[in-house]
Design a binder for this molecule. Structure first.
Ligand code: TYD
Length: 134
């Protein structure tokens, strides 16, 4: 499956790294929700679901983690470890985050408000839906 990264353009700054992220410019949607996952338990996994319609961009503002992406046919594991690079998470992609560093802070920009009905949390249901949509 394709992995789509978005590189954010940082202005030259001597005082630290500044990363502007503008809706519809740096990410391909109007941002309706922002959430952060702050120092998740390094021994546990997060995610393990897909969204029916939601598009998101995930950025490791600090630290790192691995993200397994799976479109129902192929899987890929990528490292999220650069605050200047966002991972585009499209609808109907099963994703699971593991390997968190103890300092990990994930920022997630979402195209819509929280809606539990948009989640597919059951793996078999996801595989069935992903295969029938191809
Ligand atoms: P979930 O998306 O399953 O977390 P993760 O993918 O990091 O494992 O969400 C965990 C809980 O938090 C779940 O009960 C739903 C709730 N939640 C909200 O209320 N609002 C939100 O914006 C998000 C992302 C989750």
């Amino acid at each position: 499956m394709d992995v789509r990264w978005i590189t954010f353009t940082s202005p030259p700054e001597r005082r630290g790294v500044l990363i502007p992220i503008e809706a519809s410019r740096d990410v391909p949607f109007e941002i309706k929700r922002v959430y952060a996952v702050v120092r998740p338990d390094p021994g546990l996994a997060r995610g393990a679901h897909a969204h029916r319609a939601l598009t998101q961009v995930m950025v490791a503002l600090a630290g790192r983690c691995d993200v397994r992406l799976d479109d129902g046919e192929t899987q890929v594991v990528v490292a999220l470890d650069d605050p200047a690079r966002g991972l585009l998470l499209e609808p109907m992609v099963w994703h699971e985050m593991t390997g968190f560093s103890t300092d990990c802070v994930l920022l997630v920009l979402a195209a819509d408000h929280y809606d539990e009905a948009d989640y597919i949390r059951d793996r078999q249901e996801f595989l069935k839906a992903a295969r029938s949509s191809k």
